[in-house]
Write a protein that binds this ligand. Sequence first.
Ligand SMILES: [Zn+2]
Length: 453
Amino acid sequence: MEAAALRDQAMHDTIAYDLVESLTMEVGPRSAGSPGDKAAVVWAVEKLKSLGFENVHTEEVDVPHWDRGLLNANIVAPFPQSLVATSLGGSPGTPAEGIEAKVVRVEGLVGLRALSDDDLGGKIVYVDHEMQRAKDGSGYTAASRIRSCAHYIAAERGALATFIRSAGTSEHRVPHTGSMLNNDIPPTIPAIALANADADMLTYQMQSGKPVSMYLLSTARQHPREKSANVVGEIQGQGDLAHEIVLLGAHLDSWDLGTGAIDDGAGVAIVTAAAKMLLDSGNAPRRTIRVVLFANEEFGLDGAEEYARKHTASVKDHVIGLEADFGAGRVWRFSSQVADDALGLVDAIHALLEPLGLQRGKNKASGGADLRPMRKAGMPVFSLTHDGTYYFDYHHTPDDTLDKIDRDDLNHSVAAYVTVAFVAANIMDSFGRLEPNTRRKRTCSAEDDSWVS
Ligand SMILES: [Zn+2]
């Protein structure tokens, strides 16, 4: 079967939707280290085996286990109101009696950095920043940087707790959680995200000119670390190139508030469905197709880093990586990061994607978070960018549930992934190698412009 035929067949398949339905309805929330995480690993092994993949196995990953506990956040004065909010992943809790303090509002990290210990010592800091809606999700870069850095900068200046406006675009009264970790520095003060509507309320009260104080009680805490696993399944290649690997990735974990449908049940479904179509096409691929469902993307990329460590010796055999982790919207752009002399090959793949309406992106694709450690070690990557216009309405919220997934949009994505995977696994040419990237980790300093989400 040829790439174009597989592409067209994918538009009428049911496997991807069936997979994300099964994962969200049977397992549901699966944050790192939780019972749901362990259930997801069992689910994935059984599913990959029953679909007929070869060499199905787990690769153990050590993960943190954080529990958000209960949260009570109120404006005490000038106009008492209770707030819809949630802890950011990794936040410590408050003392048992809670924290009550005056609030200082700042706009973004620039506003926060401009204040001193005298301004912030003993206060609750509220960092306001409205995330911009964009098809390519570009507004998330600034918003997620605030999520990761605000508490760290505020704690250095003696603040007691940080509130941020959610890194998300939802108009519903739901807060967006997400990781607050950076550079392995343990957070020291509670960090909380407000629903957009509640951020508006707090901003309004701050702008009244009257002193604003808040009360916060949180029982969030860290449990001992747990074992999780990357789940792997393959279609063995045949012939001279069988030792080479086309890596298809997505992450199995999710945040705990929703059922992890768009993040990243959709990605699990898309890459697994694309590989299943190749498996069923009747012809063994030249290269081995390896599906990796990564552990703990959301809360520290442990699965991705463990994969890169474990497979150091075979990094050079990973000829290309492709990951699905940007929701269930239609794919609209195909971009790459391959050696310059392989760009003609990228053009040829793009020609097969044009009937799906895909634009050709630059040769600067990140490939996605779970492929980052392998990309830094030299593995070329592709990115199929999904339409992210509405992704951040649901991302990391209780609204991330199956009903947000449209079957036709999901199949359209599978069509793009199966096309790319088929060509990558069967052409004789290679995508070259990337220069290993040894750039230091991103930091929260004002000078660091290397931040990417
Ligand atoms: Zn994700």
